[in-house]
Design a binder for this molecule. Structure first.
Ligand SMILES: [Zn+2]
Length: 122
């Protein structure tokens, strides 16, 4: 249910928003939601957006490897649209000056304006 809810959403959801959405289906405990989120994160299907304290579904088929390592998000600070992007090279580029560092996770959250909200040039 938690994954369905996140898959259906076009933006990241906070845990209490997920709970509110699935409460009519009989889930009444925030702990249940957090446990489900923990399992989904471990399986690579959900990513936590640290700067928003919210959760975003990782599309099926993109959950392989280490999603936390390769998934970045561009967040529109005006309309809230979140656009995920994948780049296998990001983590190694980020750590290239640290000798022999084995990157296990990378949090890359870009804040700015999406194409619709961007102020016109000039
Ligand atoms: Zn926008």
């Amino acid at each position: 249910m938690v994954l369905e809810c996140l898959d259906a959403s076009r933006r990241p959801l906070k845990a209490y928003e997920i709970l509110a959405a699935i409460r009519p289906r009989g889930v009444n405990s925030a702990m249940t939601v957090y446990r489900a989120l923990g399992r989904l994160r471990a399986a690579g299907r959900v990513r936590r957006i640290e700067s928003l304290n919210a959760f975003l579904a990782v599309p099926a088929g993109k959950e392989t490897a280490s999603p936390e390592k390769t998934l970045g998000v561009a967040i529109c600070d005006r309309c809230g649209t979140v656009s995920p992007f994948w780049d296998e090279a990001l983590a190694s580029v980020a750590a290239r000056d640290v000798s022999l560092f084995d990157v296990r996770s990378l949090t890359l959250e870009l804040h700015g304006f999406c194409g619709n909200c961007r102020p016109p040039p000039g």
